[in-house]
Design a protein around this ligand. Structure first.
Ligand code: ADP
Length: 434
């Protein structure tokens, strides 16, 4: 029902005039006015009570009848109430659809508030992470106790996911990925990756076993070839055997690199760290690189900030750093420049190898550390590489909490830099003699 708006004080003036007039007729205008005002107040108090009791009832209850100003007010209120109910219904439908869709997901989704308390999660979080209704509002640290998860959560560098064994089933592997939203809130997505982990494990085992099995026959063939080459043989036979020797040496290097790589892949982080004298290590690699350079006579420049040790595995570090230096020698025509540097700053320790060699087109750089990825197949084989050098570098660095950056341009040389975190670098404490 639609009411026309009544001017606010007309009825009041009308009631006052009627009271005043009636009172005047009876010679009591004052009493007449007072009585009409009393009647006016009682009427409005009753209307007010009616409206209040309607407002306190269900939203779809019909509004009471009202006249004049009360009619306008009830009309407005009823329309607003209807709109609010429609909005609420729409919102309820959206929430219910969202809940149904998240409940159907296989991945666990958890919303964590800015105080690190669990706010909401879907059904899969209960099966994968073991959350229960009573956990609502509890701190995430009470439920996810693995120190690696806590470190990942607190470090706030969520570009890479974290893979861990499930807290409720030791045969299940979960991949966790966190992202931030709102005012310091986080959403955690946990995915069951058991099948992928098992496949990866099978692949690693296969490569390790195949490489291991190839080692013995190769050693035997190589041994015989070397023995035959010592004999006085006709020239064509000698040439053929020399080639066989060259190829078996290459295959032995390949098998050795494959075995090293599968050993490195077996665990993500090193558990037993030892202090490694970085200066001595670089000097030794420099000597070997000069030998590899031979007649090509590269010009080496070596700058080492003295007095530091790196925490890690010496053999692995030797393999990674020497791969970078030997690549510089192999891909820089003589007598090019090769500069080797080690320095320490507030971001940690850095080892870089800069050469003035053939360089790499930047489009190849993102894929360079993949196994067997080669920019130029013919050039790489001629240089005697296995195609696994940079993959080994990447894994060794990962195990040491470090990472590799590559800058290069075709024809202008390349710079490979290893960045070690500050907690892996420590100063050498000299023994004080009296
Ligand atoms: P390889 O055994 O073939 O050298 P790596 O994994 O060590 O394998 O290197 C991958 C590819 O990266 C190489 O084939 C080569 O094309 C390129 N590369 C590596 N280091 C350099 C460098 N210093 N200068 C130019 N190209 C390089």
């Amino acid at each position: 029902m639609r009411h026309t708006r009544t001017p606010m004080n007309l009825p009041l003036i009308g009631a006052a005039l009627v009271g005043l007039g009636a009172g005047a007729l009876l010679s009591y205008p004052g009493w007449g006015l007072a009585l009409s005002m009393l009647a006016w107040s009682i009427y409005h108090a009753r209307q007010f009570n009616k409206v209040m009791s309607w407002l306190s009832r269900e939203a779809d209850d019909m509004p009471p009848e009202g006249t004049g100003l009360w009619g306008d007010l009830l009309d407005q209120l009823a329309r607003r109430r209807k709109r609010a109910v429609a909005r609420e219904d729409k919102l309820k439908a959206v929430i219910s659809r969202f809940q149904q869709s998240t409940a159907s997901l296989f991945d666990a989704i958890v919303i964590i508030d800015r105080d690190n308390n669990l706010e909401w999660w879907n059904k899969a979080a209960e099966t994968l992470l073991g959350f229960q209704d009573s956990d609502r509002g509890k701190s995430i640290f009470n439920l996810a106790r693995d120190p690696r998860f806590i470190r990942y959560y607190q470090k706030e560098q969520y570009q890479e996911p974290l893979q861990l064994v499930s807290p409720i089933n030791s045969h299940t592997f979960l991949q966790h990925q966190i992202s931030r939203f709102g005012d310091g809130d986080r959403v955690l997505v946990s995915r069951d990756v058991t099948r992928l982990v098992k496949l990866e494990q099978t692949r690693q085992d296969f490569v390790a076993n195949a490489s291991h099995e190839l080692r013995t026959p190769l050693t035997v063939i190589h041994g015989y070839v070397e023995t035959f080459l010592e004999q006085d043989l006709p020239r064509p036979l000698h040439r053929g055997l020399s080639q066989m020797q060259h190829q078996t040496t290459r295959m032995e290097r390949l098998v050795a690199d494959l075995l090293l790589l599968s050993r490195l892949e077996a665990t993500e982080h090193i558990t037993d760290l030892h202090p490694v004298g970085i200066q001595r290590l670089i000097e030794q690699i420099h000597r070997d690189a000069e030998e590899l350079s031979g007649d090509r006579a590269h010009h080496f420049q070596v700058e080492i900030e003295p007095g530091y040790q790196l925490l890690g595995q010496e053999l692995e570090l030797h393999s990674a750093l020497s791969n970078l230096v030997f690549n510089a020698v192999r891909y820089t025509p003589g007598p090019g420049e090769i500069s080797i540097r080690w320095w320490v700053d507030d971001k940690g320790g850095h080892f870089s190898v800069k050469d003035s060699g053939i360089g790499i087109d930047p489009i190849h750089i993102p894929r360079l550390t993949e196994r067997f990825y080669r920019v130029d197949e013919s050039r790489s084989s001629a240089s005697g590489g296995t195609g696994l050098g940079l993959a080994i570098v990447k894994h060794v660095l990962m195990r040491h909490g470090a990472h590799l950056t590559i800058k290069s341009k075709t024809g202008e040389g390349s710079t490979f830099t290893c960045h070690f975190p500050p907690d892996m670098v420590r100063p050498v404490i000299e023994a004080v003699s009296n």
